[in-house]
Design a protein around this ligand. Structure first.
Ligand code: UDP
Length: 235
């Protein structure tokens, strides 16, 4: 199959790794997601992955804790998730490496764009841990940033719904799904696709985002090949 996107940045939420449990890891679910990633990899797609941390911790919902410390804990949660995804990929025979924003040599390699691109070109999947390395930001923003740093053709945002709707499809049965959308509309109408920092970074740097349903992990390969899955956001 002809590839539409030769190099992608896949954003997985932390919650996706927890399955029904909503927190921690569900190894069966992680293996199934990684099976979908493997299929895309088998087709020759170069894949970078950013994983969120919401299955363990979110800085902004930490109550009384100092926000900077809370966000550091959140970033460390994303490193744990990155290690779990790397491990599950390797167990399926897919070469994978973790690169972190913060320096932690006993845990993983430190991210540089040169090293990441060299690994991708050699067919290794790079899982980026630690978000942007800065508090206040999100892993959506980290995904947009890493996508730009590795010159990805698109960011693929895997979610629990099959695209972007004009209102919450779980609450409103008449919600309409967009096939395409601009970042300006996402920002103006505050559509719940990604946070506005991530959306404006994508708009300013012309990075398309495909929002699609991870319920069927084969959608990852479908999306990379340009099949119609989900909603395409671009300016
Ligand atoms: N985080 C951060 N800086 C970053 C990325 C993440 O401080 O660049 C922290 C922040 O506390 C966030 C947590 O890590 O709440 C987990 O990330 P996120 O909420 O984006 O994960 P997701 O909701 O996608 O699982």
């Amino acid at each position: 199959m002809e590839l539409k996107y030769k190099r992608i940045l896949l954003k997985l939420s932390g919650e996706a790794l927890a399955g029904e449990k909503k927190s921690g890891f569900d190894e069966t679910v992680i293996a199934s997601i990684c099976g979908g990633i493997r299929k895309a990899h088998d087709q020759g797609v170069q894949i970078g992955i950013v994983v969120g941390g919401g299955n363990f911790w979110r800085g902004r919902s930490s109550g009384k804790m100092d926000r900077m410390d809370a966000d550091k804990i959140g970033m460390l949660a994303t490193v744990m998730n990155a290690l779990a995804v790397k491990d599950a990929l390797r167990q399926q025979g897919v070469p994978a490496v973790v690169m972190t924003s913060a320096v932690m040599p006993q845990v993983a390699e430190t991210f540089t764009s040169d090293k990441a691109i060299a690994a991708l070109e050699a067919g290794t999947i790079v899982v980026f841990g630690g978000g942007t390395g800065n508090p206040i930001f999100s892993t959506d923003t980290a995904s947009a940033l890493r996508a730009l740093e590795i010159s990805a053709d698109a960011m693929l945002k895997a979610t629990m719904v099959d695209g972007v709707y004009d209102k919450d499809p779980h609450k409103y049965p008449d919600a309409v799904r967009y096939e395409t959308l601009t970042f300006t509309k996402v920002l103006d109408e505050r559509l719940a696709v990604m946070d506005s920092t991530a959306a404006s970074l994508c708009r300013d740097n012309d990075l398309p985002i495909l929002v699609f349903d991870l319920g069927d992990p084969d959608n990852i390969a479908r999306a990379a090949c340009g099949e119609k899955v989900g909603t395409l956001v671009r300016e």
